[in-house]
Design a protein around this ligand. Structure first.
Ligand code: R1P
Length: 954
């Protein structure tokens, strides 16, 4: 050992000894390391460790600072990313005996320090199996050694199988994709909270966890809720953590919907389809499902957890509840199965079939597309024809599962990759060198991690039994990292002499990054009699918890399995929860869980009055994000209604019922009113295909102001009714034609007439023409309107350059940008402080002056009310107080949409009438007057707009 190695090693404290019970597990270990000993030079050592570890830990710290509870997973991913990219130009290959010994030693050292009873490993390179091995004892009772065929339950890794199954099912179905709304696949109503979600949610949203709904998985483990009840009753009350499609929010319970979708697409249960379409095809022979047949599988490694430092077997009954989240977490498989899976993924849908013998006559499907042209010499070999690589799934089908939800910003230091994971294996990162795919899984008693370097066709799979948590993350990460480095002939920066110390460091760092547990200590007496806490407490999403006194103890019951004792604590009305019996003991008792601090239940009453009995109980450990509050007198949350009317994504007319209550305003809009980017692009392309012009200037003409269209030369006019996604104008004075040609020599696209919210269009629909213009290439938008003059200094016929607007409609929740944000148009939160471009306003003033318009050219603030009624006197007075100079019923949605999409905007109002601002006035506003003024004064407006167009440098 070199001096550098020695000193680097001394940085770390010695590994801790193992408790006797755990040693027993290891004594029963059947598989010993390969005999060949490694030389000192083979052991890559702490010499390199120092620098690499330093950089890893620096990044780790950064990650933890920003990542919160998901820290451990990110550490894992970053570590793998860090280490696998440092291998320059190495070639995958098989291992020498020395290397095998080195790897074995490393794995067993990790097992020793992480107290892992059974572990399986599989390595694949260039589609070939490099190494498959089991270590330790799979079953301490029968002392069965672990082999490559020992079965481990994989937890969340199941999602990868589900994604591939769905890709395959969808490829057999012409009209359905990952983006088809689920309700169009399942043909039934989906009940989810929030506007739009139920209408829009698709497989991609659920698989990539972008629904924004809180994870209610506890339901699956504890309550005897069946799928029907879950879908009909509970899910609609799932708490919302973020808005729909805003960011990654871990949620597995929604995979119950995915299972139903698979059934609808494949006509069979999810698990049968999975066997049929994936496992059987790949020859994954040892697969079992944790809640069904795993316990009868004699190859299953016993799940083990530690309780008070001793290994305890997790009873298989504990997994009963996995049924509801089966598609997310129930598959168990062996390392040899996972070798096949890795080969399948890395080869783009092929299976290694070199060992199999098929008959051409009996198994023709095995040879489809694989046979050389037949001639006399091939016929004799047909009976034993071997096809080494068999394409079992089309490459493009498989690739669908790797499509990222959103492209990640290049060079971004933000970890958006983790909050917007890819569908299939959840996390894909483009490293400097290799595309990197990784997914880990955990269930009580089981851990797994798969890491694939897709470009290098190299992959490693590790699964083991034992405690989860930070140490398990570190253990599986380090094994995969080490194995990949070896496989690619890199320099592993950690070896068997240092790995335990590294693991300790990583574990500590992860734990430190986790929220600090609340400090409470157990007390013998609560502050009030136990009877005061008794009762049934309800949550509409989670169901009921029952609190009962049992002798001197207080018990909490939740569903079929959840039986907990509540111990009074040093904090008033706060109890420590511990599972007392039954298969769910691990949820609060196991060492891994307890290390996070005591699990608490907080009782409270709405008056915060110690004299009154508690009415609610909050149980944070039921959820990883929003602590559910169960109440004795629950208030049913307001549900957002979904429209029953079936109408197309871009239907032309949809009613907008508006429910306003004192507490909240709820706009009931079917999100199918939202046109997708693709719909809009299609419309834009189709319009452009009809003209040679590529306008950069767009103009929207207000009431009675459409004559500007007549000045457009060499024009074509397309009625809105011929552009299927456009809303049709229904108001007199709005022709409803899209005109394309030139104005003052500049290519323009001009809307002769617009649509308004008061016509019954959801305001999102008003955005459609503007977005279409954007996709046609428009950069500057002119909006004109007829407006009532509020400013007492204004006269009928004045022209008002719009300086700014007040979105009164927006105050009532009417805004075209409401709903999922498509980043291709613009950002979620667009600024509006320079809504009306200052340069364009200055240009208008300059030109207006030159044209002699000074006496009637104004600049002021426009406010939009929805209409269709004209304002009351009091409303006019209010608008005046707010700073409005003119008012109308349009323009603002268009401007918001244009600014969101990055366009420059110029707005101008023709003051067609003066608003009525005296209570005893007999004057009445009318649309006739509006149109009449338009007729008289629109020429000036047209002249000014034309002059501006002429002067623009586009
Ligand atoms: O805003 P534009 O479409 O110009 O029309 C204005 O005139 C109509 C009322 O007379 C309303 O539609 C109002 O918004």
């Amino acid at each position: 050992m070199s001096e550098a190695q020695r000193s680097a090693q001394s940085i770390f404290a010695p590994a801790q000894g193992l408790a006797n019970d755990w040693l027993e597990f290891f004594n029963a270990r059947a598989v010993q390391p390969a005999a060949a000993a490694a030389t000192e030079d083979d052991v890559r050592g702490p010499g390199q460790l120092d620098n690499s570890l330093h950089s890893v830990l620096t990044i780790t710290t950064m990650t933890l600072a920003t990542s919160g509870a998901k820290g451990a997973a990110m550490v894992t991913l970053l570590l793998v990313a860090m280490t696998v990219v440092c291998v320059p130009g190495a070639q995958p290959r098989s291992f020498t005996q020395t290397e095998i010994a080195q790897l074995d030693r490393f794995v067993m050292e990790v097992m020793r320090c992480a107290r892992i009873p059974a572990l399986s490993l599989s390595l694949v390179s260039d589609d070939d199996v490099v190494y498959e091995k089991g270590y330790g004892t799979a079953n301490p009772t029968t002392r069965t050694p672990t082999t490559k065929d020992t079965v481990f339950c994989l937890g969340s890794f199941t999602q990868s199988f589900t994604s591939v199954l769905l890709a395959d099912l969808l490829s057999r179905n012409e009209n359905k994709t990952f983006e088809t709304p689920l309700r169009d696949i399942m043909g039934s109503r989906i009940h989810l909270p929030g506007h739009y979600r139920a209408d829009l949610v698709n497989l991609k949203d659920i698989l990539s966890m972008r629904t924004g709904l809180s994870n209610m998985d506890i339901i699956a483990t504890a309550v005897g809720v069946n799928r029907y009840r879950l879908m009909e009753q509970n899910l609609r009350f799932a708490p919302e953590v973020t808005s729909f499609r805003e960011s990654y929010v871990f949620n597995e319970i929604l995979f119950s919907l995915v299972e139903e979708a698979a059934r609808a697409l494949g006509g069979n249960t999810w698990y049968r389809l999975l066997r049929q379409h994936v496992f059987n095809r790949l020859g994954m022979e040892n697969v079992a499902f944790v809640h069904m047949d795993a316990k009868e599988n004699n190859k299953l490694a016993s799940p083990v957890h530690s309780l008070n430092g001793k290994p305890v077997q997790v009873p298989m009954d504990a997994y009963k509840g996995q049924e509801l989240v089966a598609a997310a977490s129930s598959v168990c498989a062996s390392a040899s199965d996972m070798t096949r899976w890795m080969q399948f993924i890395l080869s783009g849908g092929k299976k290694d079939d070199s060992q199999a013998k098929y008959s051409l006559t009996k198994d023709p499907e095995h040879f489809a597309g694989h046979l050389a042209p037949r001639d006399a010499s091939t016929t004799r070999r047909e009976e034993i024809m071997r096809v080494r690589r068999l394409q079992v799934m089309r490459r493009d089908v498989l690739q669908n599962t790797f499509q990222p939800v959103q492209p990640r910003p290049r060079g971004s230091t933000r970890l958006t990759g983790f909050s917007q994971p890819d569908i299939q294996v959840s996390y894909t990162r483009e490293s400097n060198r290799y595309a990197f795919v990784s997914q880990e899984g955990s269930l009580p008693g089981y851990e797994s991690l798969i890491t694939l370097l897709v470009d290098r066709k190299a992959g490693v799979f590790t699964a083991f039994t034992g405690d989860g948590g930070a140490r398990a993350y570190a253990a599986k990460t380090l094994i995969n990292t080490f194995a990949l480095d070896m496989l690619l002939q890199g320099n592993p920066w950690v070896d068997s002499t240092s790995v335990c110390h590294v693991m300790d460091t990583m574990t500590d760092m992860t734990r430190r990054s986790e929220p600090h547990p609340t400090r409470v200590s157990a007390m013998s007496e609560p502050i009030r009699p136990l009877e005061d806490y008794e009762g049934t407490y309800r949550h509409y999403g989670y169901g009921d918890v029952f609190i009962r006194r049992n002798g001197s103890e207080l018990h909490l019951e939740y569903g079929e399995l959840g039986r907990y004792i509540l111990t009074p604590s040093s904090r008033n009305d706060t109890f420590i929860i511990q599972a007392n019996s039954g298969p769910l003991w691990y949820t609060t008792n196991a060492d891994e869980y307890r290390s996070k601090g005591p699990y608490l239940a907080f009782f409270d009453n709405r008056y915060n009055d110690p004299e009154r009995r508690p009415e609610t109980v909050t149980i944070p450990f039921f959820s990883s994000d929003i602590a559910p509050v169960f109440s004795k007198h629950p208030v049913r949350p307001v549900e957002s209604e979904q429209e029953d009317v079936e109408c197309d994504a871009c239907a032309n007319f949809i009613s907008v019922p508006l429910i306003l209550t004192a507490a909240m305003s709820t706009m009931v809009v079917s999100l199918r009113n939202h046109c997708t980017y693709d719909d809009l692009k299609k419309a834009a392309d189709s319009i452009l295909s009809k003209t040679k012009y590529r306008p950069k200037i767009g103009i929207i003409c207000g009431s009675g102001l459409g004559h500007l269209g007549e000045l457009v030369e060499d024009r074509i006019a397309i009625p809105y009714k011929d552009i299927p996604i456009f809303p049709i104008s229904t108001v007199p004075g709005h022709e409803g034609k899209l005109i394309i040609g030139t104005l003052e020599g500049k290519a323009v696209v001009l809307m002769q007439g617009r649509s308004h919210t008061y016509e019954g269009y959801p305001t999102q629909k008003i955005a459609v023409p503007v977005r279409t213009m954007k996709l046609m290439g428009v950069e500057i938008l002119f909006v004109t309107n007829a407006a009532g003059g509020i400013n007492p200094g204004y006269a009928v016929g004045d022209l008002m350059i719009i300086k700014d607007h007040i979105n009164i409609a927006g105050f009532a929740g009417i805004n075209p940008l409401i709903g999922p944000n498509d980043d291709r148009f613009g950002v979620r939160f667009p600024p509006m402080s320079n809504a009306y471009d200052i340069e364009l306003r200055n240009l208008a003033k300059k030109l207006g002056k030159e044209m002699g318009f000074e006496s009637f050219l104004r600049e002021g603030v426009y406010s939009m009310l929805v209409g269709p009624n004209f304002e009351t006197v009091s409303e006019c007075l209010l608008l005046r107080k707010l700073g409005s100079d003119a008012t109308g019923m349009s323009t603002v949605p268009e401007v918001l949409t244009a600014k969101h999409a990055g366009m420059r905007v110029f707005g101008m109002s023709l003051i067609t009438n003066k608003v009525v601002s005296e209570y005893d006035s007999e004057v009445m506003a009318s649309h006739e007057e509006v149109l009449e003024t338009g007729k008289k004064r629109s020429e000036d407006l047209q002249a000014l707009v034309s002059a501006m167009v002429k002067n623009l440098k586009v």
